[in-house]
Design a protein around this ligand. Structure first.
Ligand code: BJW
Length: 250
């Protein structure tokens, strides 16, 4: 179908929707200069296998290596800014309060920095720290002994990044709220995710089964394309402002 007609149709669906749910992934931050995970050349995992870095087992085997990788990413993120895609989502939420639920797999905080509120973060927060093992009385994050990673002087417990690794449960409240939004929405926008990681990707299937229109925004094919009513081929910094800007139905 003609790309302009597809865009117009998606805009109409959004304009008519009482509730829009949005699922974002690493691609929405790509135009801010943040590498995605699975890009073959520039992705964060281009030179690693995910299980070498993004599992508890990897951290226990080589805590310094994994901690340093996350510290590198934290430093990198200090120099980047939200892009037009993040800003379009935040502007829509501010203009139409209560009408858009933003669910993200991203841990970079860029949606929040753009002004989005109530963001449901499925995979945690790169800038949060927590203890690797259950905290004992001696474990105080604000008093952790410096190191790579920092640790508890009393018991040796290690500090780890507050992200969700493979094999770990997603934050229950965020996942439950995201499932509710996917179930109740009229339109689900899926932007900048390869759709390979569950249960996040399952939200698109859930929305579709519950009767929502599913629209993908991505310059490349994704695992979720077959689930979608429309696939808009393009970047999120270009397409999200076009989809969400200047609606007037409600
Ligand atoms: C652009 C663009 C531009 C580029 N504009 N777009 C069902 C089936 C099979 C397996 C499973 C299943 N259910 C669970 C699993 C296991 C596993 C899983 O999904 N495995 C699959 C990979 C096979 N899931 C889990 O382990 C999850 N936990 C779990 O299920 O727990 C169960 C449990 C219950 C109770 C007790 C205990 C356990 C946890 C998943 C955690 C994922 N964590 C990571 C790392 C976070 C930390 C970190 O940052 O390092 O999260 S993995 C990584 O992938 C990261 C991302 O959030 C996630 C998704 O990646 P994303 O965002 O899609 O990025 P990419 O790189 O894949 O794609 C980027 C896209 O952007 C591409 O499509 C580009 O084209 C596009 N793009 N420029 C728009 N300008």
């Amino acid at each position: 179908m003609n790309a302009c007609l597809d865009l117009d149709m998606a805009r109409r669906w959004i304009a008519d929707a009482a509730h829009v749910a949005v699922l974002t992934g690493a691609g929405v931050s790509a135009e801010s200069g943040v590498p995605t995970f699975r890009d073959a050349l520039t992705g964060l995992w281009a030179n690693f296998r995910p299980e070498e870095l993004a599992t508890e087992g990897a951290f226990r085997r080589d805590p310094a290596r994994v901690w340093d990788w996350y510290q590198h990413r934290r430093r990198m993120l200090r120099d980047v800014l939200p892009n037009a895609g993040h800003r379009a989502l935040a502007a829509f939420q501010q203009r139409y309060p209560g009408r858009l639920t933003l669910v993200t797999q991203n841990v970079d905080g860029l949606h929040q920095r753009a002004g989005s509120e109530g963001v449901l973060c499925l995979h945690g927060d790169l800038f949060a720290d927590r203890w690797l093992d259950p905290a004992r009385a001696c474990c105080r994050l604000d008093a952790a002994a410096p190191g790579s990673p920092p640790h508890c002087d009393g018991c040796g417990n290690l500090v780890r990044p507050g992200v969700v690794w493979f094999g770990e449960a997603l934050p229950f409240a965020a996942l439950e709220a995201a499932e509710r939004a996917a179930h109740a929405c009229d339109v689900m926008l899926v932007a900048g995710t390869s759709g390979q990681v569950y249960p996040a990707a399952g939200l698109a299937h859930l929305a579709r089964r519950a009767g929502a229109r599913v629209v993908i925004v991505n310059p490349e094919p994704t695992e979720l394309d077959d689930t979608a009513h429309l696939v808009l081929a393009g970047t999120s910094a270009r397409l999200l402002p076009e989809l969400l800007g200047g609606l007037c139905n409600r």
